[in-house]
Design a protein around this ligand. Structure first.
Ligand SMILES: [Zn+2]
Ligand SMILES: [Zn+2]
Length: 490
């Protein structure tokens, strides 16, 4: 990680008037230069979407900003004649990002459909790994396959320096029985699209920056990002971002912290008719645990979740079961709340063992942490989605919706990050209850051209959020400052 100013950014912002620095100089210019909304056009032929951002004239610049404008006009990029302010004025960065993604739209659609047609479970995403890494290599990325000792993880990098490193994540695992019902085929291509756009911008404008796309397996099950974090995969990225398709638009998602447990009861088998009194019934322990957790729910705060199934309830009706196994998860809005909840369910699991004379073994999986949404990055993403015609409900309203859990939460505890969710069912920002995530209907929706259009639209905005981090050291500093302050509350 580095907070150093890119060498290509050849003027010190410390020379700018204090009030301007506080406001974020690039924002001021963009606010002035880009006052008109982009015009979207949708091609009849396919899922292409282009946006045109008409340049506005600097003649509207208020006199107070004239000295700043002159100062900005001195900023140049290495090897380029263009001035930073002129590039912004002409929306060169936005045009480049849009063009780069539109150019590969058909290819990404093909990748997305192939992933969807070949759903693979966590840590078994071999075809997806091959498809994505081959494609990224063809696009000029340096690709590390089987990264961080995980057979289906990868890291694809591009750029000419690591002064600023923008991390993006792709996921590509599916769900048992219902395939890509979480739309991870779309998450996969959103990461690729965003990385391609950033690579194009970095190379075209000769920016001292790097983009790293992380292929992160097994989000639905074990949490590949947790393994990758433990192996230091993200230690040199400045930020990391991931997009997730949904049936609504949310930039402040409340993803719950989660920890799962396998509960095993060990009893003693006996003939269920001839000598049941000689047995110790492990199924009785499982049923007691299941029932008592149900009773406990009345005393749980509505924001907490405990849910589970009996995976092994015995082998035959005429044998007193000597072994049963349950799978449970506990969830809470904050990772710091998980421990208390764990203790409550552990009392129940152990109590059922005591009551029945069984022994019990609890095996807790690595926890998924809650999402810590970086506000500064989110507002930047929102700014670009607004320009695409998408407007969000209030932050409070968004936060009030409890969602699932994700290993991206763990990553947002390590580096500043965001996890915006975009609606794949319509582009208007209206929640659609006809196809919730983890349903067959959502899997079907993830194949539709509209979902592809929505994915690329959000990818363009995510890429521009990354571009802002590269171009504006003050902004990146504010992102990191916010993260450091938030860490104290983890
Ligand atoms: Zn999911
Ligand atoms: Zn998902």
């Amino acid at each position: 990680m580095s907070s150093e100013k890119p060498a290509s950014f050849q003027s010190s912002s410390s020379q700018l008037p204090a009030t301007v620095q506080d406001a974020g100089c690039l924002d001021i210019f963009k606010g002035i230069f880009r006052s008109t909304k982009p015009q979207e056009t949708y091609s009849e032929k396919g899922p292409e979407m282009t946006s045109t951002h008409p340049s506005s004239s600097s003649s509207t610049l208020p006199p107070a900003y004239e000295s700043l404008r002159q100062e900005m006009s001195q900023l140049t990029f290495n090897g380029q004649g263009d001035k930073l302010s002129e590039l912004w004025e002409r929306d060169e960065f936005i045009k480049t990002v849009h063009q780069a993604i539109d150019n590969v739209s058909a290819e990404l659609r093909d990748v997305s459909m192939k992933l969807h047609e070949n759903p693979e479970l966590g840590y078994k995403e071999y075809k997806a790994h091959a498809l994505l890494t081959d494609y990224l290599e063809r696009k000029g990325f340096q690709v590390q396959r089987k990264a961080h000792t995980l057979d289906t993880a990868f890291v694809a990098r591009a750029g000419n320096s690591n002064k600023v490193t923008i991390g993006i994540c792709s996921e590509y695992d599916a769900l048992p029985g219902i395939g890509h019902a979480c739309g991870h085929n779309l998450i996969a291509i959103s990461g690729v699209a965003t990385a391609i756009a950033l690579k194009t911008v970095i190379e075209k404008f000769n920016l001292q920056a790097e983009v790293k796309l992380f292929g992160t397996p097994a989000e639905e099950t074990s949490g590949g990002k947790i393994d990758m974090i433990n192996q230091g995969a993200f230690k040199d990225v400045d930020i990391c971002m991931l997009l997730h398709g949904a049936n609504l638009d949310v930039i402040y998602p409340t993803y719950l912290a989660l920890q799962s447990v396998e509960v095993e009861y060990f009893g003693k088998a006996s003939h269920a008719s001839a000598s049941p009194w000689e047995g110790i019934n492990a199924l009785d322990a499982a049923i007691m645990a299941y029932t008592n957790i149900g009773l406990m729910r009345q005393q749980l705060h509505p924001s907490l979740r405990v849910h589970g199934i009996i995976k092994d309830g015995g082998k035959a009706a005429n044998i007193i079961p000597d072994y049963t196994r349950l799978s449970y998860s506990v969830r809470a809005p904050k990772y710091s709340q998980i421990d208390v909840l764990k203790k409550r369910v552990e009392r129940i699991f152990k109590g059922a063992a005591t009551a029945t004379g069984c022994t019990v073994k609890l095996t807790w999986a690595a926890p998924y942490k809650d999402i810590v949404t970086n506000d500064a990055l989110t507002r930047k993403f929102e700014h670009y989605m607004n320009a695409e015609g998408l407007h969000y409900p209030s932050k409070q309203e968004q936060l009030s919706k409890l969602l699932g859990s994700t290993d991206m939460g763990n990553l947002t505890h390590e580096v500043p990050g965001i996890h915006p969710m975009f609606n794949i069912l319509n582009l208007r920002g209206e929640e659609d209850l006809s196809a919730g995530m983890h349903t067959k209907a959502f899997a079907q929706a993830a194949t539709q051209p509209l979902a592809h259009v929505a994915t690329l639209r959000a990818s363009k905005c995510l890429a521009m959020t990354g571009v802002e981090c590269i171009l504006d050291p003050e902004f990146l500093r504010s992102v990191k400052h916010e993260f450091e302050a938030a860490k104290k509350t983890f």
